[in-house]
Design a protein around this ligand. Sequence first.
Ligand code: ZN
Length: 441
Amino acid sequence: MRNALTFEWVLEPQGLTHARTLYLDGGRIDSIEDAGDRPRDGFLALPGMANAHSHVFQRALRGAADSGGLDSFWSWRETMYRLAAALTPEDLHLVASSAFAEMLEAGYTSVGEFHYLHHLPDGSRSPAMAEALIAAATDSGIRLRLLPVYYRHGGFGRPASPAQSRFVHRDLADFERTVEPVAAACAGLAPHSLRAVTPDEIAAVVALADRMFGPQAPLHIHVSEQAAEVRDCVALHGRPPILLLDERVGLGSRWNLVHATHAGRLELDCMLAGDAIVVLCPLTEGQLGDGWFPADEFLARGGRIAIGSDSNVRIDVLEEMRFLEFSQRARLERRNVLTGPAGTGARIWSELARAGAASLGLVGGELAPGQVADVVVVPESATLAGLPVTAALDALLVAAGRGEPFDVYVDGELRVRRGRALATSTRERVGALLSRLWRSP
Ligand SMILES: [Zn+2]
């Protein structure tokens, strides 16, 4: 007999549908049919969300840099470097296991780990850090799509500092030797940023990705996050970073531009023309004081937006969505900015899930035949009590968060039941690790 999951409501590409059964085959959706009176497995089924941008080790930085006077991204980064210098593969496994479980509970079914903490604390090359991430993903049950990061310089035209030594490779051949042992877990490659990799080096990373993973493999890069980065890029190259990238490597649909906060008009045009995905990380961008991307215009013109939990200061799909929508409302002094025919919550969830899956090279992001059977099941909780189902996703958008007791399936396998990850919890041991890290000088 085929595996089947039946729900009262399903968010399908055409909108909310009533009483539907998903028939599964080997972790994929085979067909979706009317359920009749089959017993229900839950109330409202949504496509699993991809977390398109995570540095999972930064989960250990919560509360470590949010006091002490006016601060900036650049001083926050110094705190992050001190943490990065201290973490062993065992520490990373512990932090990642706990954070991946939190991601699942929040509704993320895949994670794109933008992985640059490559080397051991003594600077030696080893696959142990990447293997710690892979083991943590296996333990928690989330789908990991590793994005190994090529990191070469300390800033535009500046050598890397000793604080960046765990991230940096001597050359591309050295980087390839790091990626090779974990290639099976990778979605594609990620030149870190135009600060850390020159345009010529980025072109070489693209060629390496073609050779290792094929010409469609996703490429991710941090870009235009900070105004100072844009100024430095213009000073050195005579043009802002997204235009420079487009000119040098061509921004096609395999490109995923993380942040793109300060994209100018011509840069929006070239991302839209190439169908590049913009990966927004609203909670992190807010916490770091980056600024706001014009998501309203980008979506209205047919652009694709994915989300990432980035620094993992807070892991919460609904709160990322809320911050995305509310930041646009505050920026424009208007309401319901990112809304669509099925409502604001349904539109934002659908757009982010679809682009997120594409950003990691997955056939997923929609509940439809042929797609991976990643499902987030929303119960009829107190948040939704008494509402018509058409308002359910809007209620989640404005009022809900990690407290919602979701069920979550990855590849058709139940990973979270009523809000709790089924994998063995490492959360208490993470507490011991954090107290050790906080005590260290
Ligand atoms: Zn990042």
